[in-house]
Design a protein around this ligand. Structure first.
Ligand code: AHR
Length: 509
């Protein structure tokens, strides 16, 4: 099959906010305990952080990490995680039916974030708690000193404030599973008053209000309209979440599910615009897509634990999806969708980062290893920063249950602001046909330059030829990228044969 694509230097979508490639660490399962933190591990430093995990995270270059939840935050007392570790209480976590030792709290997470080279994105509890705890937490984290909470921070060993910019006003408040679930109007009021108080402390922080937990929620998209009606001018982002599954074992349908994501983003972007017009506001609100991933492989095995039948275990192996090659392609398509919507989606958090529906897994006392989905995330984060281009794509499509004419070719393009390289992220969704790609580059040549840009392929990585259910494990990395072959660039046309069911990244210098 043939496909033609045109990239023009001036057909720009927007500049990508690097935080589009963020992630998430929740006090859930083994994300924290025996994930990022395992004091007895051979690679642990004096703070108890596994350095093998830090290295894998640093390679991705995760710009921002959301913490401490997730559902966990909605019944969490942040004060339980400060002060001497031996004095910290063990609590029952109602979200995941586990015990929380509070060995890791804000001081430890901040230390870890610094080591991992990632900015903190903190969530406040608007489920079981409210405005007062939120403002106290903000003061503890961001105030230099001379007040009750900031002086307590100093007493607990941290002199300088952490100066966290990004704050989430609760988590998934539309969900019946959430401790302290609210109606849109109840949440809108609480979120507005909390935002007002937090802004009274610091008007430069960025605030994220909860949108829908999924486009399947019965309250979507009225939820967004109501919440924004209450909060529009006091917040900066509305959060969306979405998880993907292939329960029906239909790969063609599965790989087209990014179309649902397209629609979700477009709809909420329209609600944002409508609210802005209704309010005659000059303020802009963007989307923080702060939970997304494939999540379904572990559903069955988690059933008993989540039902609470096994008591209140500490750090049980929950949500440990082991991803396959089909999921790798899916993650590639999702990332492409975010790049193509980078004018409205400014923040993205792959949920989550370690062990819990994660690209990085650990064996307690053993190695850390990369899931196959690690790679599309790594490439997007490393090479997808800059300006996204609006490509004209012509390729045959196929019909699914929920979308028609879904292009077999899924592609996005980013021109780097750093070195000018032009990177294409490509997925071929076809089960057995190659796509013969002819990609025309227009408007890039510059007569004033001796050497014209984008004449050389500087990197070509491909993930192809694997069974769709092929997976990685602690001892074998079966699904990993290789160098791509056969791509060429001649007279401003990039040609490449894109293998069936493959992920490919081609960079032009
Ligand atoms: O990421 C796992 C869970 O999914 C989060 O705790 C919650 O916010 C969402 O439902």
């Amino acid at each position: 099959m043939r496909a033609t694509v045109t990239a023009h230097k001036d057909y720009v979508i927007a500049k990508i906010d690097p935080r589009l490639y963020g992630s998430f660490i929740e006090h859930l399962g083994r994300a924290v305990y025996s994930g990022i933190y395992e004091p007895d591990h051979a690679t642990a430093d004096e703070h108890g952080f596994r350095q093998d995990v830090i290295e894998l995270i640093k390679d991705i270059d995760v710009p921002v990490t959301r913490y401490p939840g997730g559902n966990f935050v909605s019944a969490y007392n942040w004060e339980d995680g400060i002060g001497p570790k031996e004095d910290r209480p063990t609590r029952l976590d109602l979200a995941w039916h586990t015990s929380e030792s509070n060995e890791v709290g804000i001081h430890e997470f901040a230390e870890w974030a610094e080591q991992a080279g990632t900015e903190m994105m903190l969530a406040v509890n608007l489920g079981s708690r409210g405005l007062d705890e939120a403002r106290a937490f903000l003061e503890y984290v961001n105030h230099p000193g001379g007040s009750y909470w900031s002086d307590l921070r100093k007493q607990n060993g941290r002199e300088e404030p952490w100066d966290v910019k990004l704050w989430c006003l609760g988590n998934e408040m539309d969900g019946p599973w959430q401790i302290g679930q609210k109606t849109a109007a109840e949440y809108g009021r609480v979120a507005f008053e909390t935002a007002k108080a937090m802004r009274a402390f610091d008007k430069n922080i960025e605030l994220v209000v909860c949108g829908s937990s999924s486009p399947k929620m019965p309250t979507y998209p009225e939820w967004e309209g109501t919440v924004l009606d209450y909060t529009y001018d006091t917040i900066d982002y509305i959060s969306l979440h979405m998880y993907f599954d292939n329960h029906e074992k239909n790969t063609a349908n599965y790989l087209a599910k990014a179309c649902l994501l397209d629609n979700y983003i477009d709809t909420v972007a329209a609600v944002i615009k409508t609210t802005k017009a209704k309010k005659r506001s000059n303020h802009d609100v963007y989307i923080s897509f702060d939970e997304w991933n494939v999540w379904y492989h572990s559903n069955e095995q988690d059933k008993d634990l989540l039902g609470g039948n096994d008591g209140w275990p500490h750090a049980p192996a929950l949500l440990e999806d082991i991803y396959d090659f089909a999921d790798t392609l899916q993650v590639g398509c999702i990332l492409n969708t975010f790049i193509r919507h980078c004018d409205v989606v400014k923040i993205g958090c792959l949920a989550q980062l370690v062990n819990v529906i994660a690209p990085i897994m650990t064996v307690k006392g053993g190695p850390a290893w990369r899931q196959s989905t690690y790679y599309p995330y790594l490439y997007a984060s490393q090479y997808g920063r800059g300006t996204a281009l609006n490509l004209a794509v012509q390729c045959q499509g196929y019909d699914t249950e929920f979308a028609s004419d879904v292009s077999y070719l899924d592609i996005s393009a980013v021109e780097s602001d750093k070195d000018g390289a032009l990177t294409f992220f490509i997925v071929n969704r076809h089960p057995d046909e190659n796509i013969e790609l002819a990609l025309s580059l227009q408007g890039f040549s510059d007569p004033s330059l001796k050497e014209q840009p984008h004449q050389t392929i500087i990197m070509d990585k491909v993930m192809a030829g694997h069974a769709l259910d092929a997976k990685n494990g602690p001892n074998a990395e079966q699904v990993a990228p290789k160098d791509g072959q056969g791509a060429a660039i001649k007279q401003q046309i990039l040609t490449a044969s894109i293998a069936p069911m493959s992920y490919r990244m081609i960079r032009l210098g």
